[in-house]
Design a protein around this ligand. Structure first.
Ligand SMILES: [Zn+2]
Ligand SMILES: [Zn+2]
Length: 324
């Protein structure tokens, strides 16, 4: 789907997306600018990483298909063993950190000195690799907040600096993996509410025209594709189903939009009254404007606030795994 959107010239760069958000929602300028810096660096770091997957130069296609058939994301086993990351993953984290840390320092000036200290330590021969592996262990799903605090304490750093450095760098690594592995996902059969590549949760969705099949009878208004907040992969999900609780009861699902703003009408939150959560999405059907998938979450923040004012919560983090 990403390639399709690229071919249709429906995607734009972060700069263009940032500009659009800032014009429409001036109060978001600061947070949007910081996020844009991070996302640009993440994408740049991902692009500079090796073009072979951490799963090997030629992963066994049937083994991967079997993994997905069992509901396990392609990188599931790797994410499960972040606590004891191998040298290749640790090395890629260091490579990504070289691009991501300076951008994070710019995005969060208060953390800049801490991030600079960490960058120096990560670059040390020998010690740097060990530190990268320990950073991964500290943010491993299930490691708990105290793992980051303990490592930060040992290094003499503030926990938020360590957390941002580790998660942003790992997300760059995951993004590179998604670019290599997305084609291995059979979009006709993966129906989980978490990412088929890394297991992360959706940070936003898009509705896109597409042929319907029996499971998507109601999808005349477009197929729903969810965007992974960790690795930026896209996957298909039934449009009228709550990604949090699985409810498909039309009585429980309600669409929330802004009134009075023509453009904003295409931005919507699906509210689920069964579990009190919302999921945000943009309707791209019959439209020609361009968007940036990584920036969608930021563009939709005002709608998120509206949903929260109505008493709804964001989708819980992915049931599969969530970093840190
Ligand atoms: Zn993912
Ligand atoms: Zn629900």
């Amino acid at each position: 789907m990403r390639r399709h959107l690229e071919d249709m010239e429906r995607l734009c760069g972060i700069d263009e997306a940032l500009d659009a958000v800032t014009r429409r929602h001036p109060p978001l300028a600061d947070i949007a600018t910081s996020c844009a810096l991070l996302m640009q660096a993440r994408a740049q770091a991902a692009q500079a990483l090796p073009k072979t997957s951490l799963l090997g130069p030629q992963p066994d296609a049937s083994a991967l298909a079997e993994r997905l058939a069992g509901g396990v994301p392609l990188l599931g086993p790797m994410m499960d063993s972040l606590g004891s990351a191998g040298p290749e993953l640790a090395d890629r984290l260091r490579q990504a950190a070289r691009v991501v840390l300076p951008a994070a320092a710019q995005a969060f000036p208060a953390l800049a000195p801490e991030l600079a200290k960490l960058a120096v330590r990560l670059d040390e021969t020998g010690q740097g690799a060990t530190l990268a592996a320990r950073m991964l262990a500290a943010i491993a799903p299930g490691a708990g907040e105290q793992a980051v605090q303990a490592l930060a304490g040992e290094l003499g750093l503030e926990p938020p600096a360590l957390f941002i450095a580790a998660t942003e760098s790992l997300m760059a690594v995951l993004m590179a993996e998604a670019a290599l592995l997305s084609d291995a996902v059979d979009q006709q059969s993966w129906r989980q509410p978490y990412c088929p590549v890394c297991g992360g949760g959706a940070d936003a969705g898009i509705l896109k025209e597409g042929s319907e099949d029996s499971e998507f009878l109601i999808a005349k208004a477009g197929q729903l594709w969810l965007h992974c907040g960790q690795c930026a992969a896209l996957w298909r999900f039934p449009r009228m189903r709550c990604a949090a609780c699985g409810s498909e009861d039309p009585q429980q699902l309600e669409i929330l939009t802004f009134d009075g703003d023509l453009r904003a009408e295409h931005e919507r939150a699906q509210l689920c009254k069964a579990c009190n959560t919302y999921a945000t999405m943009v309707n791209m059907v019959d439209r020609t404007d361009r968007l940036n998938l990584e920036f969608l979450r930021i563009s939709l923040l005002p709608l998120e606030l509206l949903a929260q004012q109505r008493g709804f919560r964001p989708l819980a983090p992915s049931p599969w795994n969530t970093l840190g």
